[in-house]
Design a protein around this ligand. Structure first.
Ligand SMILES: NC(=O)c1ccc[n+]([C@@H]2O[C@H](COP(=O)([O-])OP(=O)(O)OC[C@H]3O[C@@H](n4cnc5c(N)ncnc54)[C@H](OP(=O)(O)O)[C@@H]3O)[C@@H](O)[C@H]2O)c1
Length: 283
């Protein structure tokens, strides 16, 4: 009879094999140079997927690529790219060309401007909407089309609790994250029959270099609020893909709260989609 340790190890191996079969053989991670994005890359590589690392800082990407190759023996491609440029989605298609892509993690998405709406120019905010709305939409159209054709795939959209409502000094950020949430929930419903999984992973304050930069800018100690680790974000995100459309990482026990409950949000998408059948026919 297997010991419980053997049974656990066997279950982990099976999970990893299933993940590779379902979402392999390549994954693309945007914003992979540090923090949650780098963690997604490491954990996906640990499951045996080859990875394409996208961000602006080539030195950080190369450093991570070397670590992943040495540790997990998978193939790694670094693709330096500013996701705010107009042809970023087309560039991402060049990055994946000829590769059997099965998973995309849209991780880059932090508030690159920050502060009150009128304190920054429209041009600055436009960069944020370009990356968090325009690029996300176009890239999802491209990637989803190929996933549907091959009959499997996964999209993880790293979101924020900020998606759940507006608040002062986060006008554009909360709005872009709300867009991603509605978009991702709708895609979840439309793509599921084609074997494609979509997960909105809404996280709260997370210990990333970006957040630490913000704390330092305002002279705050990093322990001013409780922080989730980047490792935990990636672990929960990868484990929850397939159980979309939405997981609010810090509210998994709030089963009765329709704003954050994974089950109640899923039911709402199903009910609303069924209602729309009256107008558009079935999904
Ligand atoms: N940290 C938090 O407390 C927190 C809370 C809620 C939600 N989130 C979400 O979690 C995700 C990660 O957040 P984060 O704190 O790590 O901040 P982030 O600003 O999204 O940075 C993460 C990564 O994105 C890359 N990146 C940023 N802008 C880019 C651009 N224009 N083109 C290409 N790559 C770009 C950065 O690398 P390069 O600089 O090398 O390009 C970095 O590797 C985001 O979607 C954010 O909204 C974070």
């Amino acid at each position: 009879m297997p010991t419980s340790a053997t049974a656990t190890a066997t279950a982990a191996t099976t999970d990893t094999a299933d993940f590779l079969k379902r979402y392999g053989s390549w994954a693309l991670i945007s914003g992979a140079s540090e923090g949650t994005g780098a963690e997604f890359a490491l954990q996906v590589a640990a499951k045996g997927l080859n990875v394409i690392l996208v961000a602006r800082r080539v030195d950080k990407l190369e450093e991570l690529a070397a670590q992943i190759r040495a540790t997990y023996g998978v193939e790694v491609v670094t693709f330096p790219l500013d996701l705010t440029v107009a042809d970023a989605a087309a560039q991402l298609q060049i990055a994946v060309a000829g590769r059997d892509l099965g998973l995309v993690v849209f991780n880059a998405g932090g508030d690159s401007v920050g502060g009150a709406f009128l304190k920054s120019s429209y041009a600055a905010w436009r960069q944020l909407t370009q990356r968090n709305i325009d690029l996300l939409t176009e890239a999802c159209h491209d990637f989803s089309s190929s996933f549907v054709k091959r009959g499997r795939g996964g999209l993880i959209i790293v979101g924020s609790e900020a998606a759940l409502g507006g608040c002062g000094r986060l006008a554009i950020y909360t709005a872009t994250k709300a867009y991603a949430l509605n978009f991702g929930e709708s895609l979840w419903k439309e793509l599921k029959p084609h074997g494609v999984d979509v997960l909105n992973l809404l996280i709260g304050a997370t210990d990333t270099p970006k957040l630490r930069t913000v704390f330092a800018k305002f002279g705050l100690a990093p322990d001013v609020v409780a922080l989730t680790s980047s490792q935990e974000v990636a672990r929960v995100g990868l484990a929850s893909l397939g159980r979309g459309p939405t997981l609010v990482l810090n509210a998994q026990d709030q089963l009765d709260n329709p704003l954050v409950s994974a089950t109640l949000r899923r039911e709402r998408v199903e009910v609303q989609s069924s209602f729309l059948d009256n107008f558009y026919g079935p999904v």
